[in-house]
Design a protein around this ligand. Structure first.
Ligand SMILES: Cc1ncc(COP(=O)(O)O)c(C=O)c1O
Length: 333
């Protein structure tokens, strides 16, 4: 991913929601990322504490103590946050004034995902003006995540969806510039669209995150990134020929995008997950499986699975070389 962005107009600002691990974030920055993206204020707090200096919270931070915490954090790092509401702009500015911080702000534009964001064009311009006129906020540019495009399987259709979304974003940037405001940042993109969005003129940074570890859902898109994460389970019971029970359930592996896949032994597949049990079926040529045997699984959704664990075991070959804390796991506020 770093080599794709080397020498391009667009830079890489990887989303850490996928690994929640400051050590990996530092490695991404060392490999060329301009900074990192996160989703939550509490994630940003962990990152700042771990020495990350340039952070985008690609989300709205609203109400009371959270806004206060955001302003405080803004004194310790180059921090940017997304907004899509004028009242929120007010409250961010007031908090920044109180603590003497300066905050960078991106106006979030809904480019078709229908999640957060103001409509493109004049509504975005109006909000950008509001940010620019606030005393302790700096209008830094736009963000428009094309989440509806990242999993479009056909590459041509994906490109079409990206073009439609990014045209709305870059046209909006042009309207704002024409009104005399500087638009430094135009931030978008995910793993499924990194090369498409990253090649659109006017996009300055891409927020892809899942590429680093990958998962079974993204692997199906054959984007060229290998899976770097597996979950090691243990057979705890062998109730019948062709069936085994594992010591992992949905408290260890999530399955909102389907059941995890079995990497080894080949010929085995998961058929269900309870809280603490996984149901494994295997073909005659795979077995018999024995109690204590290890089964290696590929998560179907890496981001929510990682959030269930305290540490990564980092392997080089067969050797565990490091244990990396997933320090931002559970940081949901
Ligand atoms: C705002 C935002 N940016 C970027 C991403 C990219 O993530 P991924 O690399 O998993 O496609 C996401 C994913 O949900 C997101 O919500």
């Amino acid at each position: 991913m770093a080599s794709f962005f080397a020498g391009r107009q667009a830079t890489l600002r990887p989303h850490i929601k996928t690994h929640k691990c400051p050590i990996l974030a530092h490695k991404q920055v060392a490999a060329g990322a301009v900074g990192v993206t996160c989703a939550k204020l509490s994630e940003a707090e962990v990152l700042v504490q771990a020495g990350l200096k340039d952070i985008l919270i690609a989300n709205q931070v609203v109400a009371g103590t959270k806004v206060e915490r955001l302003a405080q954090l803004g004194r310790h790092a180059r921090l940017a946050v997304a907004v899509d509401d004028p009242e929120n702009v007010h409250e961010l500015d007031r908090a920044a004034q109180r603590v003497g911080a300066n905050l960078r702000v991106l106006v979030e534009v809904d480019v078709g995902m229908q999640r957060c964001g103001v409509p493109p064009g004049p509504p975005a311009l109006k909000l950008a003006r509001k940010v620019a006129s606030a005393s302790r906020l700096r209008f830094d540019g736009l963000m428009g995540y094309e989440g509806h495009a990242v999993f479009v399987g056909d590459r041509d259709l994906r490109l079409e969806a990206v073009k439609q979304a990014m045209t709305q974003l870059t046209d909006t940037a042009a309207i704002i510039r024409a009104e005399g405001l500087e638009v430094t940042t135009v931030s978008a993109g995910g793993t499924g669209t990194y090369d498409l969005t990253g090649s659109i003129p006017g996009v300055t940074e891409v927020q892809a995150g899942s590429y680093l570890l990958m998962d079974a859902r993204y692997a199906k898109m054959r984007l060229g990134f290998r899976t770097a994460i597996t979950c090691l389970a243990t057979v705890i019971s062998t109730p019948a020929q062709g069936r085994a029970i594992l010591d992992v359930g949905c408290k260890s592996l999530t399955y909102e995008f389907g059941l995890p896949e079995v990497l080894s032994p080949p010929g085995a597949r998961l058929t269900g997950l309870n809280e603490e049990h996984g149901y494994l079926e295997y073909a005659a040529h795979t077995g018999p499986l024995s109690i204590g045997q290890r089964v290696e699984l590929i998560p179907s959704h890496v981001c929510t699975t990682v959030n269930l664990h305290d540490t990564f075991c980092a392997l080089r070959g067969e050797a565990v070389e490091a244990i990396w804390p997933i320090a931002a796991r559970g940081m949901a506020c």
